[in-house]
Write a protein that binds this ligand. Structure first.
Ligand code: TRP
Length: 336
């Protein structure tokens, strides 16, 4: 039976945090061990250039993300783990499909519309101020990432659903006109993956600057956990678990039984200081071994590089012959 192809990209624009781990990295790594699925995971480094123009940040974030996935047990023989920029075929496909993508379709893209709206709200005369062609065309590049490997399923956050619709739209047009035979990809959004709140109680996100890095060193981890916002109930007063950030983070890591036990502590009125110390102990134990591996990997960039090169070779072995067919289909081919 043909395996389902699952593909997802991670934009290297920051340091992986607990929210990334529970929401995306952990489910992906668990999936990578299944043998009915063929997984493709890649660092979407060309996408990172859309969001920021700090070369050191893109470079460092790429290495941190690669080291994180490897430290957490991604089996690179089982999956194809690569860096987008190592696959030139993707950029070539990006151009070919750009020429079949209606500009009007991109006008409707959320990221672009949000930028225009923010200009309007700020009374800026040019609605496109600050909008690069890269931002505008970003869903096309994402489509190229997906179609290049004929992915069936694409795990993404809900904010990316529109891009998957666009990918299907573009794939259908290509198939209709050129008989390219692209698979039509489907989004895979999981209702039950954990969403984690950050230090201030809002969703943990680097755009809110409220994150706890997954592999923060011990002292830093403790310091950050102590900063998590709680209400002002005193020790001895029963506390609600619902809506509490400490409880929510704990729940994303703990077993059902441990969660039930924690609920009891809240009812009994354990103080916030103790709850914070306990959360620290728990997370620290949970992450310690992976953090050691992470630190070792970060000291060994050559190894990370060789893992990604291995992935790129596997990816290109598929992408190159497939792109050749597409070039043929669109009329880019040798004479006669
Ligand atoms: N745009 C995605 C995000 O910001 C990352 C991404 C790039 C991606 N290319 C992709 C995800 C292809 C899935 C498939 O989350």
């Amino acid at each position: 039976m043909a395996k389902t192809k699952v593909l997802t990209g991670i934009t290297p624009s920051g340091t992986p945090h607990l929210g990334n781990y529970a929401g995306a990295i952990r489910p992906a790594i668990e999936q990578s061990w299944r043998d009915d699925i063929q997984s493709y995971y890649f660092l979407a480094d060309y996408h990172a250039l859309i969001k920021g123009h700090d070369p050191e940040r893109v470079h460092r974030s790429s290495m941190e993300i690669a080291a994180t996935w490897l430290a957490l047990g991604l089996d690179t023989d089982q999956v194809t783990f690569y860096r987008q920029s190592d696959i030139p075929e993707v950029m070539e496909l990006n151009w070919i499909i750009s020429c079949m993508t209606a500009k009007g379709l991109m006008n409707r893209a959320h990221a672009y519309k949000a930028a225009v709206q923010s200009n309007e709200e700020n009374d800026i005369i040019d609605p496109d101020k600050g909008v690069t062609i890269g931002l505008f065309c970003y869903p096309v590049l994402m489509t190229a990432d997906i179609l290049m490997f004929n992915a069936d399923k694409v795990p993404v956050g809900k904010d990316q659903l529109q891009h998957l619709e666009m990918a299907r739209d573009i794939a259908s047009r290509m198939n209709h006109h050129y008989k390219t035979g692209f698979s039509l990809p489907e989004a895979l959004t999981s209702e039950n993956t954990a969403v984690i709140s950050g230090l201030d109680g809002r969703k943990m996100s680097k755009s809110y600057d409220n994150t706890i890095p997954l592999f923060a060193p011990e002292k830093k981890l403790l310091k950050l956990i102590r900063k998590i916002k709680t209400n002002s109930l005193m020790p001895g007063e029963p506390k609600e678990t619902e809506g509490d950030t400490l409880f929510q983070i704990f729940s994303a890591f703990a077993s059902e039984q441990e969660v039930a036990e924690k609920q009891r502590q809240y009812q009994e009125g354990v103080g916030w200081g103790d709850l914070k110390n306990q959360l620290f102990e728990y997370l620290n134990n949970h992450l310690k071994d992976a953090r050691d591996r992470y630190e070792q990997l970060m000291q060994n960039p050559d190894f990370i590089e060789s893992e990604l090169k291995k992935g790129a070779e596997k990816a290109r072995a598929e992408a190159a012959p497939f792109l050749e067919k597409i070039r043929q289909a669109v009329g880019i081919r040798p004479f006669p």
